[in-house]
Design a protein around this ligand. Structure first.
Ligand code: PEP
Ligand code: MG
Length: 595
């Protein structure tokens, strides 16, 4: 049995593919966008019936021209296609559009199609299909998940051009009215065009066999907030058009033909979540005894700044910047980054914005050719990648972040710090960039906070030394648990080790806050890992002394509610990690002695 939390509420469910009641089937995948979607399956892989014919030599020029007209039509509709769904998402929309335009503008594909028409005397759709297969196979064979994911974009483009060539109507019931029964779109592939259909039809959810989690379709799903699960390998073997289906984007699974019990459970869960969302937000986050708790937001793209504001959060405690790399496939230049960061800082209206430098590698496989090795989690990731050769990329990002401070309250956060030397080396870059900007008269604030993530046991043990060099630390417990328990955060088989109540881990968390207290710096310590969204973990973390958290905005109201029930007035300010550990974990973690 596993237990997960969302909006502070608990969902318990069995692992395993098939569940007992009736014809219910539970399939595991990977969450793309959190949330629950309940509806009826709508299969979106439209079958295009190609009319494959041989042509006369005299027809070649017209056939080539027909192909190019289809490409042109596609180019003309592309702009509407993407801007329809993402008017406000500036950079990622633009980047997706640019990639699709680049695919369409790539003459090598068109040349190959045209020469196939001429040499093989086949009609345009036949030649495009053959060239498409050749190209897909090349992308499918790529090891790098980023490039494999781009294959989905190409497949999508090719299908769209084939639809234009065959005058196939983009299927039927896509334009269902919002009032009709909700659909969950199911697809073999992750295509941006399918996501656009999901958006247009107000789909309740989206699920796919594809595990191209860095695909543009996945980025769009996240941006649009459509509950979605990818990598569901047995999906098409288990569903029929019209089946009832639940997309559980919180736990990364889909439930096909749910039994009544499951259906009621999920319905109640979503209803509770909605009610919960309507409870007016308190101005501050306080415990029952009036202890003030600082609560900020973790965000993954600039649009989520509105969630930070609507949830009344104090600022952005963690801005993950990797979306910039997902969206464009490369490192955006300083100006582009500066625009994104300063736009975000402006929208935060003076609230602090803590921007983390690119944390590439391990679970964030973006430019993974640079982060390979037999054990990528222990290899060149996060700040290691920057310090081991990508210093120009680091300096460029730091420059853009520091410049954005001219617009408000900015902090910079360094991921995957291991030693004090890591901190010192980045700090040298940080200070020299400020000196350069000062010398050239470029505007920036002298108060940019410099912070380190505490994600490795070594950094946790070096906390007092690290605190001497930084303005704040943020504890990334997703990674800290992974490295402390030596258990991959994404490996289901060892996920039970990611247990915040484990006495050894609680000892470590206690040790960290105690070290900070010893140098009067406890107010400079924030927890930004997912444990701060777990209902069971929040009381423990408060009791051992944590007072500052950064959580996903969807978890904010649940977090506040839990805090409001906790009385810290009788909590002893224990002297050391051992004694606090005994107090806090005794009831939670005692194991029966085996005799
Ligand atoms: C963490 O490791 O806890 C964290 C917040 O960073 P990420 O999940 O992005 O690795
Ligand atoms: Mg991390």
């Amino acid at each position: 049995m596993t237990t997960q939390y969302f909006w502070g509420m608990k969902i318990c469910f069995q692992r395993g593919i098939h569940m007992s009641c009736g014809t219910e089937v539970r399939l595991h995948g990977i969450s793309i966008c959190p949330g629950i979607g309940i509806g009826h399956v709508h299969l979106v892989d439209h079958v295009i019936h190609l009319h494959k014919v041989r042509i006369e030599p005299s027809q070649v020029p017209e056939e080539q021209a027909r192909y190019m007209r289809a490409v042109e039509t596609m180019q003309n509709t592309l702009q509407d296609h993407v801007s329809l769904v993402h008017e406000s998402s500036l950079l990622s929309t633009k980047a997706i559009l640019d990639v699709h335009n680049a695919i369409l503008a790539d003459e090598s594909l068109h040349n190959r199609v045209r020469s196939r028409i001429a040499s093989q005397k086949k009609n345009a759709e036949w030649c495009l299909e053959e060239e498409g297969f050749r190209l897909f196979a090349e992308f499918d064979a790529m090891k790098n998940p980023y490039f494999r994911a781009r294959g989905e974009d190409i497949r999508d483009m090719v299908n769209d051009i084939l639809s234009i060539l065959t005058s196939a109507q983009i299927s039927e019931s896509f334009e269902v009215a919002a009032t009709e029964s909700k659909k969950v779109l199911a697809s073999r592939h992750l295509y941006p065009s399918s996501v656009i259909r999901a958006y247009r039809t107000h789909a309740a959810g989206f699920t796919s066999e594809s595990d191209a989690l860095t695909s543009h379709a996945a980025i769009l799903l996240k941006g649009l907030g459509i509950p979605s699960v990818g990598g569901v390998h047995d999906l098409h073997a288990s569903i029929f058009e019209g089946d009832e289906i639940i997309v559980d984007g919180i736990n990364g699974c889909v439930i096909v033909r749910p039994c009544l019990e499951t259906h009621v459970f999920y319905q109640e869960f979503t209803r509770d979540a909605e009610v919960f969302e309507t409870i007016p937000l308190p101005e501050h986050c306080v415990t029952k005894d009036g202890t003030e708790i600082s609560l900020k937001a973790n965000i993954e793209n600039p649009h989520q700044v509105s969630l930070m504001l609507s949830q009344g959060l104090e600022g952005i405690g963690l801005f993950r910047t990797e979306f910039l790399l997902y969206a464009s496939g490369g490192v955006p230049n300083e100006e582009v980054q500066y625009q994104v960061y300063s736009d975000l800082v402006n929208k935060a209206h003076g609230r602090p914005v803590i921007i983390r430098t690119f944390d590439v590698g391990a679970d964030k496989k973006i430019l993974s050719q640079e982060c390979t090795g037999d054990n990528p989690s222990l290899g060149v990731r996060g700040i290691r990648r920057h310090l081991l050769g990508q210093t120009e990329e680091l300096r460029l990002q730091l420059r853009a972040i520091v410049r954005a401070s001219a617009h408000g309250n900015v902090g910079v956060l360094i991921p995957m710090v291991t030693t004090i030397d890591d901190v010192l080396e980045v700090k040298r870059h940080f200070l020299s960039i400020q000196a350069e900007l000062r010398k050239s008269g470029v505007a920036f604030s002298e108060n940019v906070a410099f912070g380190a993530m505490i994600e490795t046991p070594a950094a946790a043990v070096s906390l007092k030394d690290i605190l001497q060099e930084v303005d704040f630390v943020s504890i990334g417990t997703n990674d800290l648990l992974q490295y402390f328990m030596a258990a991959d955060r994404d490996n289901e088989q060892v996920i039970h080790y990611q247990n915040v109540k484990d006495p050894a881990f609680l000892w470590l968390m206690t040790f960290i806050i105690q070290q900070a207290k010893k140098v009067n710096r406890e107010s400079d310590v924030t927890i930004c890992g997912e444990i701060a969204s777990q209902a069971e973990a929040i009381p423990l973390l408060l009791q051992i002394g944590y007072r500052s958290f950064s959580v996903s905005p969807v978890s904010a109201s649940g977090f506040r509610k839990i805090c409001s029930h906790i009385d810290l007035s009788s909590t002893n300010d224990a002297e050391d990690a051992g004694s606090i550990n005994k107090t806090v974990c005794s009831s939670n973690t005692k194991k029966e002695k085996v005799t």
